[in-house]
Structure formats: structure tokens, C-alpha cells
Design a protein around this ligand. Sequence first.
Ligand code: FES
Ligand code: FES
Length: 943
Amino acid sequence: MATKKMMLYINGSERMLVCDPETDTLADVIRRLGLTGTKVGCRVGQCGICSVILDGAVVRSCVKKMKNIKDGSKITTIEGIGAPTNLHPLQLAWIIHGGVQCGFCSPGFIVSAKALLDTNLNPTRQEVREWFRKNHNACRCTGYKPLVDAVMAAAKVMRGEMTMEDLNYKIPADGRIYGTGYPRPAALAKVTGTCDYGDDIGMKMPDALHLAVVLPGVSHARLLSIDTSEAEKMPGVEKVITHKDVKGNNRIMWPCGHILAKADGFDRPILAEDMIYHRGDVIAVVAARTRAEARAAAKKVKFELEQLPEYLNILETMAADAPQVNKEYPNIYIEAPLIKGQDTRKIIEKTPYVVEGSFYSQRQPHLVLEPDTDQAYVDADGVLTIHCKSLFLHINIFTLAPGVGHPAEKIRIIENPTGASFGYSLSPYMPGIVSVATLATGKPVTITLSYEEHQHITGKRAPSFSNARLACDEKGKITALEYEIAYDEGAYTESADVIAQKGLRFVGAPYKIPNAIGLCKTVISNNAVSTAYKGFGSPQCYTCSEQLMDMMAEKIGMDPLEFRYINVYREGDESINGNKFSVYPMPQILDRLRPYYKEALERAKRESTPERKRGVGIACGEYNVTSAPNDHTEIILGLNPDGTVTHYNNWQDQGQGADAGAVVHTYEALRPLGLRPDQIKLCMNDTALAPMHGPSAGSRSHYMIGNATIHAAEQLMNAMRKPDGTYRTYDEMVAEGIPTKYTGVFDTTGMTSDLDPNTGQGSPTAEYTFGTFLAEVEVEVATGKTKVLRMKCIADVGVIGNIVNVDGQALGGMMQGIGMALSEDYDDFKKHTNLAGSGFTFIDATPDNLTTEYIETPRPSGPHGSSGCAELFQSSPHVAVINAINNACGVRIYELPARPEKVKAALEAKARGEEIKPRKYYMGGDLHEKIDYIKANPFTPKN
Ligand code: FES
Ligand code: FES
């Protein structure tokens, strides 16, 4: 190491520093100086998270080596742009326009935008977008549109056409903030770079050891031996941890709660023992003084493997002669039926129109910009304290305790400010790794995965294979549906029980289908573990049924919208699970869409050329609100001595705006007290400080916490109310011995019922959301490249609690839907190890013309009429794109994603008079035989 002193002008002041010009990057140096507003994501120059201004130009500091920086250079980081008490217009605009969701990208974008406005104070939207494209600024949450809105608004302020006050949020005259764009309290720290995320917390933690993981590099093998001796001798190494050092049973306890499961859910080891079942199985963990030392030593851990055949496609593991992959349970370990109405064979025989198809949806990676990061330590009271991205804090205590060997009552889990998860952090796997490491070393530990490690270790959206047949009568009314869907659950059974339900609920939604049979299977492979991802389990269903809807419309010569219109649920209709709904907004949603759709069709016709064909597609979607039967949540409201109220909750914030949600619910529920919104304080996401909420999943949080908040607010106000109707102060309450804290509870017991294991009939969740997506695309015939030109969502998620938050979920959901349709995948273990290689949806693949409209039908059981919202927006937008491709150029892409080469091949086949379509997938047997067997031999639960 050649250490060198340098002088740099950072944020206007001269800074002396010492670095290694060969190995240090600019990001390393400025973060070591404490300027951790500059975040680091991909570390390879793809995401722009680490952007700073160097001598007037935007640079990605993670790939800028210090040897290439001149002494005396001028550097501006996010901290030099504005401070919490003195915001730059860009920072305020970012807050107001919803530029901050997880906020991990915000510093990089704001720095980049500042450099643009320094040279062009009057840019067009296109110039802003082009600037962000050129500077590689990536965002996974927002759909980019709010970011461009923010730059345009800030530029207006900077040009003197608007004041900061004009730009700022104002409480409406009637004092009601519910439904407005009330800004997120946490956004201030995120736009100023003062918010510490996991990696920042880890590097500032005293005496922390840095961890590095050892991965097998193969997907299926016997692990014969591990030799840590050489690694242990490496500089700075404190310990090399293997499964032998784990104090507990070394299992993530994730009970496979499905009543039909043939696995118990205790199959995922924290550290590999004798088998490797996928590339993300961690063989050993090195704990060392620095990250570099830990990584260097990890390369010295030797292990011997006996390579086994890798089963990377569940068509292989479902094959009749497939060997059993995991010795504990069969390859198809959940097989759950749906049976509704009459025998579909007889109905279909008599029905004039039948379409059928087979469809595949890919292993979509979450592609968060912050790779997984976790910290752990044992505090002075012997409490194992874990900082992580968990979206299910309390339950993770119980899923970890036996595995790591620490009593549950002595485990505390804290959610760090999180650079998004979109669902993958449902898994307690990485929290398990840091727990084991801190217990084995007796020291605080921290880890931030490289992007490649993150890709291999974390869960993904389960790929799906489906075969389906849809029938309808002469009038276009659906008469029957038959389908089977198999989810590739990867190497372990984690969360398979949940997805097995989804496959029985969303194929064919939101349409009235009187007769249906279905089989949903979860199947093992040697792939990444399947986990929650926004829309969990439903995009796979819509990949099948929303394409079938278009195929049927074409077959009977009806317009796809009008075919859907006559079949969507109307008042009193039942889903295929036999449940009724509290609201029936689908006809209204399609009525609202119709004029836009017609306009889009005309535009496509007008602008289509033989070389660039344009088309329009739609897809409908429905998603549940609440996660399972008998859902439960608790929060606490506490009156403080200064008259403010604190909301204690574990509404895990993955970027969706839990903080703003908690404020608007509390403010609305406590309106009689006349508080200002800033008098509502938050204490969130720490199991030691707030009660159990349950997961931030299933679009449940706004609904569940809102109802619990109303319950707590009623109790608090009743306690504060004096006989004359005025309210006691805190001091008066204390003087009279009246408690100042109240627990609000909401529970859906009695509102829901589990799906019947023999028929799939039931109503497992309390509420639903509905919507439709309209996509306009252009297909370049020569290359097959598809560009989405516009996308619109019309949705009903009940009364909106915060319009900026809901819009943010919708825009981000549509963007990730475009990614699912066209490019994103984790399938190739060499290529899909980074953002760009995995087909990340950058700004140039996301149209600026992303729009939303809402029909706000109040939900009778919802807080203030609201439900939840997030997941609907990623239910079926991808199918709107796929249907639009078909409308543009007459080819249907049955197996996603619709990469250019696939579309091109389909076009070429069409020119030859052929069609590329998958043969019916074999899924372990004949659908009718299985259903007949289940009917004859119903499952009887044992006591
Ligand atoms: S470009 Fe530097 S972290 Fe991604
Ligand atoms: S807000 Fe941009 S990555 Fe989350």
C-alpha cells in the first residue's frame, strides 16, 4: 500500500486526507471523511447512487480511483448542496414531488441534477431525462417521473418564477391532510444525506468486525470438507465461522404452514452443512478488522465439493423420472386444488369458444439499489440486537431464535433506513448470518454484500409455468376455466405456503367465472429461493389469464376491453374462490379507461410504420389487502408531556412511506384534539420499542395500522376528555392517575376464512384492490426491440390516504412491470450478477408518460374508507405490455421476458406462417385425473 496525503476542496472547504491512490476510490475517501450522504450501491459504475460533482462534472465516485484525481480538485457532495435547516430547491422539490421513496438514490440524483442546473437552468423534460441517462442515475422505486417533476419545479424556483414557499406543502384550508401529499417526515434526512442506511451504520459502529461470505460457486453439490486454516492466518482475521460454530439448530425456522405441504419448512440451514442446494448457500463467514481483509481471507477458505446434477428448471424436477432433489420431501411438495361449480369438461364440451395456452414467467430479481446489509451485536443486557432490512421484524425473532441459539426474549430486531426490498427481506436469512457471527465472535459485526453476492443469496420472484384453457359462450360470457400453475420455489420452502394460496386466487381474476378447476404447485429446484415480491404470486397468474383474455377476445372477434367489460365482477358476483367483495368497481374502472384506450388505438394506427409497429394492450388486476386469515396488528398512541402524541408501531418502511402513513392516520383520528401534523411523533421499527404489526406485505399496513390507530385514538381521547368536553393535558392525566398510553388493536378474525384444502373456496383476506393497465408500445421490426411509449393505470384502492405515496407505488409498480415484461431476469449466473446484466429498467426504458387515475370507492371496513395499495400496481402491468406487442405486430410472447431476440424470432416465424409457442408443460400428471382423485379422496385434517 502506497499511502499518500492529498488536499481536496470538498463542499467549499479545504480538506487534508490520507489515502491509497491505487486502491481507494473517491467514494471510499469521502465516506471515510464522514460524508456518508454519498451512498454506494452497485460499486461498478452502473447506478449513479454514488454521484458527486468533481471539478464541475458529475462522476460516479465508486469507480473513480484516487490516483486519477488531482490534488486541489473541487468536489461537491450532497452535504454541500443544502442542509436540513437550509434546503436547496432541488431537495425541497424532491420531498414535495415524491422523489423520495426508499431515498437511497436521492443524494446521487440531486447531486446530478444540481450539475445539470448549474449549466442549464431551463432544461426540457427530455433534457433532464437524457442527463440522467447519460450519468447512469438509476432509481428502482419511483418510475423516474417524480424525479423529473422535481427538477422542473426546482429549476422554476432557481429561475425566480416560484418561491420556496410556493413549492412547499401547505395544509389545506379545511385542515384535512388525509388524501393530500403530506410529505414524509423521513424524507428530510434522505435528501440531505444525513440519513444513515445500513452500510453507514456499520462503518460507524465502534469495534465492529467486517464480515465476508464464502459461496460455493455451484448450485448443487455435496459439501465434503471445509478448511479454514489458511484463511485464519490472513491479516486482520478474527474468526472464520462455519456451521460448527452455530450455537442453535442452524435452521431458519419458516414453518411451511400450508395444510397440504409435504415439507415442514425447517430445511434452510444458516451455514451450509453437508449439502449445497443453491448458489446462495453460505459455506463460511470470515470476520476481520476491515472489509478488505475479510474479503481477502474469504478467498482463502478451502472447501471440497462433490458436484451433483443441477436442477435449474422445474420442468426437470416435475418430470416423471426426476430424482428427489431434497432428501426430506418430494419435488412437488404442495399441490393445492381449486374446484368451483360444475364439471368443467362438460361445460367446455358444450361451449362454442375455447382458447388454451401455456405460459412462463421468469425469475424476476428485485434489483434494489442497496445490496443487502446487516449488523448485529449483543448489548449490555445480553440482548442480541440485529439491524437489517426486515419487513417482518417481530416474526423474524421467532424464525431466528432456535437456529442461532439465542432465546427469543433476548432478541431485538431493528429495521435500518432501507434502500428498498420490495419483499425479499421477508426472509430472515442474512439476519441469521450476522447473528451467528456476532454470537461466535462476541463482537459487533457488519456486512454489506457485493451486488453479485446479493443476487445469489437473496430470494427472487418465483418463476411460473402454467397451462390453461378458457371457454366462453356466443355472447362472450366466460363459462369455464381450467388451469394448472407451478411455481419454481427454488432450493428451500421458505414462504411457499403463501404463494400456494395466490395461485388459487388470481388466475382468472377479476372476472366472474362460474365453473373452474385449478391446481397450484410449489416445486423445488436448485435455484434462488422464491420470496415475496410486490404483487406476490399474482403476476405469474396474470401472465397466464390476462393473455388468455386477449386470445379469447381475438377468437370471438371482440375488442379486448369490451370482452373484459362484460365479464368483470359486478355487484354480488363471486371470485373463483367463492368470496364476495365489499365493492365492485371494475365496470367503472373500464368505463373510465375506454376513452383513453380508443385514443391510444387511433394513435397507434396513425403512427405505426412498417418498420416500427405500434400497439396497445390492456390488462386487469386484483390483489388482496391483508396477508392471511385472522390477521392482527397492534400500535400504541402515547400522549407526551409537551402535548405531542407519539405513534409507536412496527410499520416496516421499505420505501412505501410508512412514516407519512402513520402521521396521516393519527392526525385524522385525533382531529378533535386540534394537533398540528408536526405534533405527531413517530417511534417505529424496533421490536424493543413498539408492538407487533406483522409484515409490511399483502398491502396490509395502511389498512391494518389505520384501523388500529383509530382504535387507540378513541381510547386516548376518551381518557383525555373532561366532563365539559374539553381535553386534559398530560399533567392533568398524570395528576389524576389516568394512563397516557393506549394500545390500538385490529384483527380480521371473523372477517376471513382460510381456503378449503379440497376446493380452494374461502375468503382469506379482508379487502381487495382493483385496477387496469393500458400500455402503448413500439416494436422495431428489424430487431424485435420493444419500447413502452405510454402507460396508464386506473385503480380503485379505496379512499386515498396520501396521494403522493399511492402515486409513487403506482408509478414504480408500472416501471417494474415494464421490466418484467421486457428484460429483467436472474437466470444466467454469470450475466445476471449486476443491475445492467439483469436487465434493470433504466430511465430510457421507462416512459415519461406514466399516468394514474383513481376511483375512490370507500371500503366499509377500511380506516377512513381506505384499503392498501402497493401490490395491485405490480399485478398485471407486464401483461398489458405483452398484449400490446401482440396488438402491434401480431406475435404473442408466451415465455417472458420479451427480449428483442425473442420478439424478432417470433416475427420471423410469423413471416414463415408459423408460431413460436410452448408445448403444454408437463407438471407431474393430468389435471383432470388429479382433480378427480382429490374429489374422490378429500384431504381430512388430523387433529
Ligand atoms: S455507480 Fe457507484 S455505486 Fe453504483
Ligand atoms: S427512491 Fe430511488 S431507489 Fe428508492
